[in-house]
Design a protein around this ligand. Structure first.
Ligand code: ADP
Ligand code: MG
Length: 266
């Protein structure tokens, strides 16, 4: 099972869109995929027409347990998405009470790692949509991930937000005692605007080793897909946006293989 976290402390940069689109594409390829919503706003949950205010069961239940999560609990939280191989563990607004709790005392920072360990033979990939706040939820997301995807909107203040995310990552990496490989993904790119063109150039200069060498364009099909409540590749597999995410996915899967080969080296 591979766990990827999607995070950036800035909102509106394409985290939820990236989670749904990459998850849908992995499921299209035949993988069993879990989308985990750890953002108390519950955008990913709302995407699939569930109401984060009215849910009986959600990711919050996992944090209600002590150190030992009942073996059948994570499984009981799985919800359908309309795609056969794509499941969702939804967020509920109750998660907000955990968000600003930064202390990861008493093993609370590993709740999600432990929950996912109980699902190891049910899924090939888990994609975590993370909250925009550095707190217990973000720490849980980063602690359980083997790769971090950082969507960054190509606009003027993008770099500032990204710098904050890098400081968070450094802090968490120290606690994990091993590195968390990450990929910066330029999003909402509009080549007609100076803001997009210049900020992409700045991003590439600032993060040459970690930036994906292409970008996700602005594409209104993403809004249509979210209105329809289905992964974008189900609505329109030929759209520009889906095509770009497909190229990104290929890059991420290749990096995954690179890392495994590197780890095997004596
Ligand atoms: P975040 O999760 O980081 O807050 P979202 O994925 O919810 O960001 O995206 C914010 C808004 O922008 C949503 O309305 C979404 O549909 C839209 N959006 C995201 N990516 C794109 C894109 N590439 N083209 C057009 N609209 C997009
Ligand atoms: Mg979101």
């Amino acid at each position: 099972m591979h766990v990827w976290a999607v995070a950036n402390q800035k909102g509106g940069v394409g985290k939820t869109t990236s989670t749904v689109t990459l998850g849908g594409l992995l499921a299209d390829q035949g993988h069993r995929v879990l989308l985990l919503d750890l953002d108390p706003h519950g955008s990913l949950t709302s995407y699939f027409k569930y109401d984060p205010d009215g849910l009986q069961k959600s990711a919050y239940d996992l944090f209600q347990q002590g150190k030992k999560i009942p073996e059948d609990l994570p499984q009981s939280l799985l919800m359908d998405t309309g795609h056969e191989r794509l499941k969702l563990i939804p967020a509920s607004t109750a998660l907000a009470t955990l968000e600003r709790q930064v202390s990861a005392q008493g093993g609370m920072g590993l709740v999600i790692s432990r929950a996912l360990a109980l699902l190891w033979n049910r899924f090939d990939y888990v994609l975590i949509d993370s909250p925009p706040v550095l707190g217990l939820l973000m720490i849980n997301a980063l602690a359980s991930a083997e790769h971090l995807i950082i969507p960054v909107q190509t606009e003027f203040l993008a770099i500032k937000g990204l710098e904050r995310m890098m400081r968070t990552l450094q802090m968490v990496t120290k606690a994990r005692k091993n590195e968390l490989p990450y990929t910066v993904v330029p999003t909402l790119y509009d080549r007609r605007t100076q803001a997009s063109v210049q900020s992409l150039r700045l991003l590439r200069n600032s993060y040459p080793d970690h930036i994906w060498n292409s970008m996700i364009p602005v594409d209104t099909k993403f809004r249509d897909a979210s209105m329809a409540g289905m992964p974008p590749s189900m609505l329109d597999p030929q759209s520009r946006g889906v095509h770009a995410y497909n190229v990104l996915l290929k890059h991420l899967l290749e990096r995954q293989i690179d890392h495994r080969q590197r780890d095997k080296r004596p």
